[in-house]
Design a protein. Structure first.
Ligand code: DX5
Ligand code: ZN
Length: 212
């Protein structure tokens, strides 16, 4: 299994001090910075776009993992690539032409990934597994931080790990010092956590995820 990486979700940081928060979370041991992009259409919430990603990039030293919760992510590949995204993950449930969009992302020098919602089975992404650098399995319905972990998605994580032993498999939603154990046991190695990591001492919380 590839190495464990902790990806704090900046959705839970203090947006009024985003530069300081990025420095603090990196100093606390973050491996990746998870950036939740929501378009008010694919999900009800509206969050951050390319200008804010560019601002984050100007202070970040760790890779930016941009999770595109968008109906039409293909239209924004160039903008997010220019803003400094290192990973762009798109939902299999979006309207994107999947193969074309993954190829576009790679053409822009960015690592492409796919995301599955809690009800989507592994079958949906199987044809693309050899074209992606990361598979993100949602363990909450996308749209908001601070929701409860949906344990049934662990089946998807297990199935994905079996199909792709070397792939980065990311899990996102409701991860804390307890749910981390089942997530890692099922085969997830890239761990997103928002409210848990930003809700206490950053270094201690990251450490508590890492020891799992
Ligand atoms: C939900 C986002 C998550 C969210 C996770 O739509 O994709 O990345 O920030 O937050 P927690 O860790 O609080 O569930
Ligand atoms: Zn996310």
């Amino acid at each position: 299994m590839p190495e464990l990486k902790i990806a704090p979700s900046l959705l839970s940081c203090d947006f009024a001090r985003i530069g300081e928060e990025v420095r603090a979370i990196e100093a606390a041991g973050a491996d990746l910075l998870h950036v939740d992009v929501m378009d008010a259409h694919f999900v009800p919430n509206l969050t951050i776009g390319p200008p804010v990603v560019k601002a984050i990039k100007s202070v970040a030293t760790k890779p930016l993992d941009c999770h595109l919760m968008m109906t039409d992510p293909q239209r924004y590949v160039e903008a997010f690539a220019e803003a400094g995204a290192d990973y762009l993950t798109i939902h299999i449930e979006s309207n994107a032409p999947i193969g074309d969009t993954l190829a576009d992302i790679r053409k822009h020098g960015v690592k492409p990934g796919l995301v599955v919602n809690p009800d989507t089975t592994i079958e949906a992404v199987k044809p693309w597994l050899d074209q992606i650098d990361m598979l993100l399995v949602m363990s909450v319905w996308p749209g908001f931080g601070g929701q409860k972990f949906i344990a049934k998605v662990l089946e998807t994580v297990r199935a994905a790990r079996q199909l792709a032993p070397e792939l980065d498999i990311e899990i996102d939603g409701g991860i804390n010092g307890e749910t981390i154990h089942e997530a890692v046991k099922a085969g997830a190695n890239v761990i997103v956590a928002g409210s848990y990591v930003f809700g206490g001492d950053y270094a201690e919380r990251i450490k508590s995820l890492r020891v799992a």
